[in-house]
Write a protein that binds this ligand. Structure first.
Ligand code: BTN
Length: 280
Protein backbone atom coordinates (compact mmCIF):
# COMPACT_ATOMS: atom_id res chain seq x y z
CA UNK A 1 0.00 0.00 0.00
CA UNK A 2 1.19 3.49 -0.89
CA UNK A 3 2.40 5.24 2.33
CA UNK A 4 0.00 8.16 2.01
CA UNK A 5 -2.89 5.73 1.58
CA UNK A 6 -2.17 3.76 4.76
CA UNK A 7 -4.49 5.02 7.51
CA UNK A 8 -2.48 3.20 10.17
CA UNK A 9 0.32 5.67 9.37
CA UNK A 10 -1.81 8.78 9.76
CA UNK A 11 0.07 10.11 12.81
CA UNK A 12 3.09 11.33 10.86
CA UNK A 13 0.88 13.40 8.55
CA UNK A 14 -1.21 15.09 11.27
CA UNK A 15 -1.12 18.86 11.77
CA UNK A 16 -3.94 19.05 14.33
CA UNK A 17 -3.82 19.76 18.04
CA UNK A 18 -7.33 18.67 19.11
CA UNK A 19 -8.43 16.06 16.58
CA UNK A 20 -6.99 12.57 16.12
CA UNK A 21 -4.22 12.79 18.73
CA UNK A 22 -5.75 9.45 19.78
CA UNK A 23 -6.43 7.27 16.74
CA UNK A 24 -7.88 3.75 16.55
CA UNK A 25 -7.59 2.17 13.12
CA UNK A 26 -9.43 -1.07 12.28
CA UNK A 27 -9.13 -3.28 9.23
CA UNK A 28 -12.87 -3.87 9.48
CA UNK A 29 -15.67 -2.57 11.67
CA UNK A 30 -19.44 -2.70 11.51
CA UNK A 31 -19.47 1.10 11.60
CA UNK A 32 -16.96 3.66 12.87
CA UNK A 33 -19.88 5.66 14.35
CA UNK A 34 -21.09 2.56 16.22
CA UNK A 35 -17.60 1.95 17.60
CA UNK A 36 -17.42 5.61 18.71
CA UNK A 37 -20.83 5.40 20.41
CA UNK A 38 -19.86 2.15 22.16
CA UNK A 39 -16.63 3.77 23.37
CA UNK A 40 -18.63 6.72 24.70
CA UNK A 41 -21.02 4.32 26.44
CA UNK A 42 -18.04 3.04 28.44
CA UNK A 43 -17.50 6.56 29.84
CA UNK A 44 -19.30 5.83 33.12
CA UNK A 45 -16.92 2.97 33.98
CA UNK A 46 -13.62 3.80 32.24
CA UNK A 47 -13.76 7.53 31.54
CA UNK A 48 -14.32 6.76 27.86
CA UNK A 49 -12.49 8.20 24.87
CA UNK A 50 -10.51 11.44 25.01
CA UNK A 51 -11.88 14.52 23.28
CA UNK A 52 -10.91 14.50 19.59
CA UNK A 53 -10.40 10.74 19.36
CA UNK A 54 -10.56 9.41 15.80
CA UNK A 55 -11.75 6.01 14.63
CA UNK A 56 -11.12 4.81 11.09
CA UNK A 57 -11.69 1.55 9.27
CA UNK A 58 -10.55 0.17 5.92
CA UNK A 59 -13.98 -1.45 5.53
CA UNK A 60 -17.38 -1.21 7.22
CA UNK A 61 -19.84 -4.07 7.18
CA UNK A 62 -22.79 -2.00 8.45
CA UNK A 63 -21.91 1.59 7.54
CA UNK A 64 -24.84 3.90 8.27
CA UNK A 65 -26.10 7.06 6.61
CA UNK A 66 -28.78 9.56 7.57
CA UNK A 67 -32.41 8.51 7.90
CA UNK A 68 -31.44 4.88 8.55
CA UNK A 69 -29.89 4.36 5.13
CA UNK A 70 -26.91 2.08 4.52
CA UNK A 71 -23.51 3.54 3.55
CA UNK A 72 -21.67 1.07 1.37
CA UNK A 73 -18.05 0.77 2.46
CA UNK A 74 -15.89 -1.57 0.38
CA UNK A 75 -12.43 -2.44 1.73
CA UNK A 76 -9.54 -0.07 1.12
CA UNK A 77 -11.35 2.14 -1.36
CA UNK A 78 -12.71 5.14 0.53
CA UNK A 79 -12.50 7.06 3.80
CA UNK A 80 -14.70 5.95 6.70
CA UNK A 81 -14.01 8.03 9.80
CA UNK A 82 -15.59 9.17 13.07
CA UNK A 83 -14.32 11.89 15.37
CA UNK A 84 -15.48 12.09 19.00
CA UNK A 85 -16.08 15.54 20.49
CA UNK A 86 -16.58 15.64 24.22
CA UNK A 87 -18.29 19.01 24.27
CA UNK A 88 -19.23 19.14 27.96
CA UNK A 89 -21.86 21.86 28.39
CA UNK A 90 -23.71 21.97 25.05
CA UNK A 91 -22.48 24.76 22.78
CA UNK A 92 -25.35 26.95 21.55
CA UNK A 93 -26.61 26.30 18.04
CA UNK A 94 -25.39 22.69 18.02
CA UNK A 95 -28.19 21.87 15.55
CA UNK A 96 -26.08 23.35 12.74
CA UNK A 97 -23.09 21.12 13.51
CA UNK A 98 -23.35 19.10 10.31
CA UNK A 99 -23.18 22.36 8.30
CA UNK A 100 -19.93 23.24 10.07
CA UNK A 101 -18.60 19.74 9.41
CA UNK A 102 -19.57 20.21 5.75
CA UNK A 103 -17.53 23.41 5.58
CA UNK A 104 -14.55 21.69 7.25
CA UNK A 105 -14.81 18.69 4.94
CA UNK A 106 -15.03 20.87 1.84
CA UNK A 107 -12.10 23.08 2.88
CA UNK A 108 -10.12 19.95 3.82
CA UNK A 109 -10.71 18.35 0.43
CA UNK A 110 -9.60 21.56 -1.27
CA UNK A 111 -6.45 21.51 0.87
CA UNK A 112 -5.81 17.84 0.09
CA UNK A 113 -6.38 18.49 -3.62
CA UNK A 114 -4.33 21.69 -3.83
CA UNK A 115 -2.68 21.99 -7.24
CA UNK A 116 -5.03 19.46 -8.86
CA UNK A 117 -6.75 21.07 -11.86
CA UNK A 118 -9.84 20.30 -13.87
CA UNK A 119 -12.16 19.04 -11.13
CA UNK A 120 -15.82 20.09 -11.04
CA UNK A 121 -16.84 22.40 -8.18
CA UNK A 122 -17.25 21.02 -4.67
CA UNK A 123 -20.71 21.97 -3.44
CA UNK A 124 -22.57 21.66 -0.13
CA UNK A 125 -26.01 20.13 -0.27
CA UNK A 126 -27.96 20.97 2.87
CA UNK A 127 -27.83 19.46 5.38
CA UNK A 128 -25.14 16.78 5.16
CA UNK A 129 -23.87 16.05 1.66
CA UNK A 130 -20.86 17.16 -0.28
CA UNK A 131 -21.18 17.09 -4.06
CA UNK A 132 -18.52 17.01 -6.75
CA UNK A 133 -20.30 18.62 -9.68
CA UNK A 134 -23.87 17.32 -9.35
CA UNK A 135 -23.00 13.97 -7.70
CA UNK A 136 -22.47 12.94 -4.11
CA UNK A 137 -18.82 12.59 -3.10
CA UNK A 138 -19.18 12.52 0.70
CA UNK A 139 -21.77 12.26 3.46
CA UNK A 140 -21.85 13.33 7.10
CA UNK A 141 -23.59 11.63 10.02
CA UNK A 142 -23.46 13.50 13.37
CA UNK A 143 -24.89 11.73 16.42
CA UNK A 144 -25.02 12.99 20.00
CA UNK A 145 -25.31 11.39 23.42
CA UNK A 146 -26.25 13.21 26.61
CA UNK A 147 -24.92 12.44 30.09
CA UNK A 148 -26.60 14.63 32.64
CA UNK A 149 -26.15 18.19 31.39
CA UNK A 150 -23.20 17.33 29.14
CA UNK A 151 -23.11 16.26 25.53
CA UNK A 152 -20.74 14.09 23.50
CA UNK A 153 -20.89 14.16 19.72
CA UNK A 154 -19.76 11.67 17.10
CA UNK A 155 -18.92 13.29 13.77
CA UNK A 156 -18.90 10.55 11.14
CA UNK A 157 -18.02 11.09 7.50
CA UNK A 158 -17.45 8.97 4.45
CA UNK A 159 -15.60 10.21 1.35
CA UNK A 160 -15.49 8.26 -1.92
CA UNK A 161 -11.82 8.26 -2.89
CA UNK A 162 -10.69 5.28 -4.97
CA UNK A 163 -14.01 3.66 -5.84
CA UNK A 164 -14.60 2.83 -9.52
CA UNK A 165 -18.06 3.07 -11.05
CA UNK A 166 -18.59 -0.70 -11.04
CA UNK A 167 -17.88 -0.76 -7.30
CA UNK A 168 -20.94 1.39 -6.54
CA UNK A 169 -24.28 -0.32 -6.08
CA UNK A 170 -26.25 -0.04 -9.37
CA UNK A 171 -28.80 2.33 -7.79
CA UNK A 172 -26.01 4.76 -6.75
CA UNK A 173 -24.22 4.92 -10.11
CA UNK A 174 -26.29 7.84 -11.41
CA UNK A 175 -26.02 9.88 -8.20
CA UNK A 176 -22.63 9.16 -6.64
CA UNK A 177 -19.07 9.91 -7.63
CA UNK A 178 -15.53 9.46 -6.32
CA UNK A 179 -12.19 11.18 -6.83
CA UNK A 180 -11.11 8.18 -8.91
CA UNK A 181 -13.82 8.94 -11.46
CA UNK A 182 -12.12 12.30 -12.11
CA UNK A 183 -8.44 11.76 -11.33
CA UNK A 184 -5.99 9.12 -12.48
CA UNK A 185 -3.99 7.25 -9.83
CA UNK A 186 -0.98 9.56 -10.16
CA UNK A 187 -3.06 12.73 -9.61
CA UNK A 188 -5.11 11.37 -6.69
CA UNK A 189 -3.98 11.86 -3.09
CA UNK A 190 -3.91 8.80 -0.83
CA UNK A 191 -6.52 8.32 1.86
CA UNK A 192 -4.21 9.18 4.77
CA UNK A 193 -2.95 12.38 3.12
CA UNK A 194 -6.53 13.39 2.36
CA UNK A 195 -7.71 12.60 5.88
CA UNK A 196 -4.88 14.61 7.44
CA UNK A 197 -5.90 17.60 5.29
CA UNK A 198 -9.57 17.14 6.21
CA UNK A 199 -8.81 16.94 9.93
CA UNK A 200 -6.68 20.09 9.73
CA UNK A 201 -9.56 22.12 8.28
CA UNK A 202 -12.26 20.39 10.33
CA UNK A 203 -10.46 21.41 13.49
CA UNK A 204 -10.27 25.06 12.35
CA UNK A 205 -13.91 25.30 11.29
CA UNK A 206 -15.27 23.46 14.33
CA UNK A 207 -13.35 25.83 16.57
CA UNK A 208 -14.95 28.82 14.85
CA UNK A 209 -18.37 27.22 14.97
CA UNK A 210 -18.17 26.41 18.68
CA UNK A 211 -17.29 30.04 19.43
CA UNK A 212 -19.66 31.83 17.06
CA UNK A 213 -22.29 29.29 15.93
CA UNK A 214 -23.60 29.16 12.37
CA UNK A 215 -22.96 32.91 11.93
CA UNK A 216 -19.21 32.23 12.18
CA UNK A 217 -19.16 29.77 9.26
CA UNK A 218 -22.01 31.14 7.16
CA UNK A 219 -19.78 33.03 4.72
CA UNK A 220 -17.99 29.77 3.83
CA UNK A 221 -21.22 27.79 3.57
CA UNK A 222 -23.61 29.96 1.58
CA UNK A 223 -21.54 30.62 -1.57
CA UNK A 224 -21.08 26.87 -2.04
CA UNK A 225 -24.63 25.79 -1.28
CA UNK A 226 -26.02 23.94 -4.28
CA UNK A 227 -29.64 24.36 -3.14
CA UNK A 228 -30.06 28.09 -2.71
CA UNK A 229 -32.17 29.68 -5.43
CA UNK A 230 -33.04 26.32 -6.97
CA UNK A 231 -36.20 24.25 -7.24
CA UNK A 232 -36.31 21.45 -4.72
CA UNK A 233 -38.54 18.69 -3.47
CA UNK A 234 -38.89 18.56 0.29
CA UNK A 235 -39.99 15.33 1.96
CA UNK A 236 -41.20 16.26 5.39
CA UNK A 237 -42.94 14.31 8.13
CA UNK A 238 -46.71 14.67 8.16
CA UNK A 239 -49.48 13.05 10.21
CA UNK A 240 -50.04 10.57 7.36
CA UNK A 241 -46.34 9.69 6.95
CA UNK A 242 -44.34 11.89 4.58
CA UNK A 243 -45.54 14.69 2.34
CA UNK A 244 -43.57 15.82 -0.71
CA UNK A 245 -43.62 19.53 -1.44
CA UNK A 246 -42.31 21.34 -4.53
CA UNK A 247 -40.53 24.52 -3.48
CA UNK A 248 -37.68 26.97 -4.08
CA UNK A 249 -34.82 27.04 -1.54
CA UNK A 250 -34.73 30.72 -0.61
CA UNK A 251 -32.14 30.95 2.15
CA UNK A 252 -30.74 29.80 5.47
CA UNK A 253 -32.00 31.00 8.85
CA UNK A 254 -29.70 32.33 11.60
CA UNK A 255 -29.44 28.76 12.99
CA UNK A 256 -28.76 27.02 9.68
CA UNK A 257 -32.33 25.82 9.05
CA UNK A 258 -33.31 25.89 5.37
CA UNK A 259 -35.99 28.35 4.23
CA UNK A 260 -38.13 27.33 1.30
CA UNK A 261 -41.12 28.80 -0.55
CA UNK A 262 -43.69 26.37 -1.90
CA UNK A 263 -45.20 26.74 -5.37
CA UNK A 264 -48.34 27.98 -3.65
CA UNK A 265 -46.30 30.82 -2.12
CA UNK A 266 -46.08 29.57 1.48
CA UNK A 267 -42.71 30.22 3.12
CA UNK A 268 -41.48 27.83 5.82
CA UNK A 269 -38.45 26.49 7.65
CA UNK A 270 -37.05 23.01 7.11
CA UNK A 271 -35.04 21.69 10.04
CA UNK A 272 -34.68 18.06 9.25
CA UNK A 273 -36.03 16.57 6.07
CA UNK A 274 -34.94 15.03 2.84
CA UNK A 275 -34.39 17.68 0.21
CA UNK A 276 -33.83 16.87 -3.46
CA UNK A 277 -32.89 19.09 -6.34
CA UNK A 278 -35.93 19.05 -8.62
CA UNK A 279 -33.95 19.34 -11.85
CA UNK A 280 -30.89 17.38 -12.91
C1 BTN B 1 -25.18 10.20 4.67
O1 BTN B 1 -24.84 10.67 3.59
O2 BTN B 1 -26.35 9.83 4.88
C2 BTN B 1 -24.16 10.08 5.77
C3 BTN B 1 -23.14 9.01 5.49
C4 BTN B 1 -22.10 8.88 6.61
C5 BTN B 1 -21.19 7.69 6.40
C6 BTN B 1 -20.07 7.66 7.39
S1 BTN B 1 -18.84 6.47 6.97
C7 BTN B 1 -18.08 6.67 8.53
C8 BTN B 1 -19.20 6.81 9.55
N1 BTN B 1 -19.63 5.50 10.02
C9 BTN B 1 -20.88 5.22 9.63
O3 BTN B 1 -21.48 4.16 9.88
N2 BTN B 1 -21.38 6.25 8.96
C10 BTN B 1 -20.44 7.35 8.83
Amino acid sequence: MNADDDLAGLAKLLTTTRLARTHEHHVELASTNDRALAWLASASTSGGPPDGALITADAQTAGRGRLGRAWSSPAGRDLYASVILRCGKPPSGLGALSLAVGVGLREGLLRGLAGVEGLPALGLKWPNDLLLGERKLAGILCESRWRGGEVDVVVGFGVNVHRRLDEFEPELRERATSLALHLDDDRRPGRAALLAAILHELERWLERFFVGGFAAIRSRYEPHSVLLGREVWVDRPSPSGTERIAAIATGLDHDGALRVRSREGASFRVESADVWLAEG
